[in-house]
Unconditional design. Structure first.
Length: 671
């Protein structure tokens, strides 16, 4: 058996450090990856302790990654040797942070001397010790703090104790200038990526510009899309996402409903990128020109919308790169280029890029140029198609480089794949990610999945974006076609997570016909032009608009970390709440309580068992909940309350909570 030994430098003037710093949060994979936050105050926690009973002090150290100067913010003790502090970066970008802690000899002296003085013991020797600590600190201090410390030293020399043992200005000055030979700094610097608020809170609307025309058979343009923007803004969305806008290949073009043979006039899939008109930096001629895109981006910005562009790193057989850089593609044994396939599915209209080609560096640089090109056109958000089919290190390199030059740019990962792969993509830099939400439908599935996403260390780097549908995903549940199932999935997506999106107008118009045996839409816009009746009486547009208004008016719905599930005695009723602040830290602020009937066919009733602490409500008191969809008010009392939801009218309550308050004059009201 080998006994571990600690190497100690016996010649060092100071003995080995006694302070221990562990379990710093946030820390992703030992600091290898950046934690994710948005602009605002960033909390940091750590376990900090030492042997014996000395008083400790600790600071958060932070700086911009490119700077050398460190800023310092004090930490405070919580319970059980857990400490907390925070810092507030002034802008987006990458920041470095760490934790330092030391034995505070002045505070230790002050605490012990105060106890002895209160007990009436002789503290003359202790005053001499304190005087020495004060004089040493005064010699180090700046002019302002030196005056405070000198005054205390003079008073202490005259035997005065009052004001020395409980004087806050002196405590603050001594914290800054007291002796720190015992100081220990955490063993590594950690990084946080600070993103714009839209990374944390956003509502996405996907539409095809080519289907924005007002007449059947006419190819829509950016100008047509501009006329659709007020509709999207009125719905309450803040990101409008466009599928690829590039020229579409002709070779092996897919026809309607993914037919392997295209008929005359079939526009092809926008994801089959590249033709004689250009590749990834070109615009499909029928959509318009670069100036039209810039006008679209400007008009969207005027309406409070950001334009997100699809980033699909793949090529049609007609892409200029196939001719100019054949080495960027994988070749089969017969010399032909390997098209994309997911057996038994074949995608003859798409050639994947070979990220391990002999000229991989040239390929990577060209793809970075693509991103920079569209950033120059005003695009600041990219939805990335199938990122899990490209190397992790490529994305780490690309996103880090882009965000170094443009820290406000965001990337949404479209990766419906294995969990660890999805999480790795988030770690290497993706700002948000698609999820398994579309297929999580039962109470147990939703509770387990959301607990993982919001209550584990996953929340430090993975921002979920919930989509009930996409052009590729029309789940069996939505294929039922009932209004209630669309409404329940909408409420869940919009309130369980702070980022969500819909593929419209298919969603609000309850489009539910699927290609037989698949989860793809029948008459899919991916392969044909569509004209949508936005004024259809079956549209759930009013509910979408109201939900987005609720999301904007309630800070509680703009975060994910405060999600809490509450018990129900009916498995078809899902109950959860979100609060503006962590309820464990005190006042939770704004609180929203949601109950959803998961059964699209039947009315369900039951009792909810509330965690009153998560709501900031005292035990056995009356409080008011306001259903902000149905505009109804209910008085609830205590933890156990009755709910009944009829899916034929509205399958969910989204309720703002108003707490009961009694004044000193016994006047009751709610706030």
């Amino acid at each position: 058996m080998v006994t571990p030994t600690l190497w100690v430098d016996m010649s060092n003037r100071h003995p080995p450090p006694r302070v221990v710093i562990e379990r710093v949060w946030p820390e992703v994979d030992g600091g290898h990856f950046a934690a994710k936050r948005t602009v605002g105050e960033i909390a940091v926690e750590a376990d900090i302790f030492t042997d014996g009973h000395d008083v400790l002090a600790a600071d958060v150290l932070w700086r911009a990654e490119a700077d050398a100067e460190w800023f310092v913010e004090p930490m405070a003790a919580l319970v059980n040797d857990r400490w907390t502090g925070s810092f507030a970066p002034p802008d987006v970008g990458r920041y470095v942070y760490s934790v330092t802690a030391w034995i505070d000899r002045f505070e230790t002296w002050r605490r012990d001397t105060a106890k002895k003085h209160a007990a009436g013991l002789d503290v003359r020797v202790e005053l001499l010790t304190g005087l020495e600590l004060l004089r040493e600190a005064a010699a180090r201090a700046d002019q302002t703090d030196s005056a405070v410390i000198d005054a205390a030293a003079k008073a202490l020399a005259r035997g005065r104790v009052a004001g020395i043992l409980d004087g806050v200005p002196l405590q603050d000055a001594m914290r800054r200038w007291g002796e720190r030979s015992s100081a220990v700094t955490y063993g590594r610097d950690l990084v946080v990526q600070v993103d714009p608020e839209r990374a944390r809170f956003s509502a996405w609307y996907e539409l095809f510009p080519r289907s924005c025309a007002d007449k059947p058979g006419r190819h829509g343009s950016f100008r047509d899309c501009m006329r659709r923007l007020p509709y999207v803004a009125e719905l309450g969305f803040d990101v409008v996402y466009l599928p690829p806008i590039h020229p579409i290949g002709v070779t092996s073009r897919k026809g309607r409903n993914n037919s392997v043979t295209a008929s005359e006039g079939d526009p092809g899939s926008p994801w089959a990128i590249g033709s004689a008109d250009g590749g990834h930096t070109a615009i499909h001629p029928e959509l318009g020109r670069a100036d039209d895109l810039r006008d679209l981006v400007a008009e969207a910005d005027r309406l409070g919308l950001a334009v997100a562009l699809d980033l699909a790193f793949q090529c049609s057989p007609d892409h200029p790169w196939v001719r100019e850089h054949p080495e960027w593609f994988r070749h089969r044994a017969d010399g032909s280029i390997q098209y994309a396939e997911n057996p038994p599915k074949k995608y003859e209209d798409i050639y994947p890029l070979d990220f391990e080609s002999d000229d991989w560096s040239g390929l990577w640089a060209a793809l970075r140029d693509v991103v920079d090109h569209w950033i120059d056109h005003g695009i600041r958000i990219f939805r990335v198609d199938n990122p899990h089919t490209k190397p992790f290190r490529f994305w780490e390199w690309l996103i880090a480089g882009v965000k170094q030059d443009h820290p406000d740019v965001l990337f949404l990962s479209e990766a419906f794949t294995r969990p660890k792969v999805m999480y790795q993509l988030a770690k290497v830099g993706f700002s948000q990610s698609y999820t398994y939400f579309a297929w999580r439908q039962t109470k147990w599935e939703l509770t387990e999945y959301l607990t993982e996403l919001t209550r584990t260390d996953v929340a430090d780097y993975f921002r979920p974006n919930f989509w009930p549908n996409t052009p590729d995903i029309l789940t069996e549940q939505l294929q039922i076609g009932t209004r209630s199932v669309f409404l329940s999935r909408l409420v869940l997506a919009a309130t369980l997570t702070a980022n969500y999106g819909i593929y419209g107008p298919a969603f609000e118009l309850l489009e539910h016909d699927a290609r037989p045996g698949s989860e793809e839409y029948l008459d899919n816009e991916k392969y044909q032009l569509r004209v949508w009746d936005l004024d259809s009486p079956q549209s759930i547009r009013p509910v979408i608009t109201r939900l987005n208004q609720i999301r904007r008016s309630h800070p509680a719905l703009q975060h994910d970390r405060t999600l809490r599930f509450h018990g129900t005695d009916n498995d078809q009723l899902l109950c959860y709440s979100k609060s503006e602040r962590d309820p464990a830290a005190g006042d939770p602020g704004d609180v929203v309580l949601v109950v959803v009937n998961l059964d699209p066919y039947h009315t369900h009733a039951g009792w909810v068992d509330l965690d009153l602490g998560a709501l900031g409500v005292d035990h056995d008191v009356t409080f008011q909940v306001h259903d902000e969809i149905g505009n109804a008010h209910y008085l609830w009392h205590g933890a156990r309350n009755f709910v009944q939801l009829d899916p034929s009218s509205m399958p969910a309550h989204v309720m703002g909570l108003r707490r009961h308050v009694r004044t000193e004059h016994n006047f009751d009201y709610f706030m």
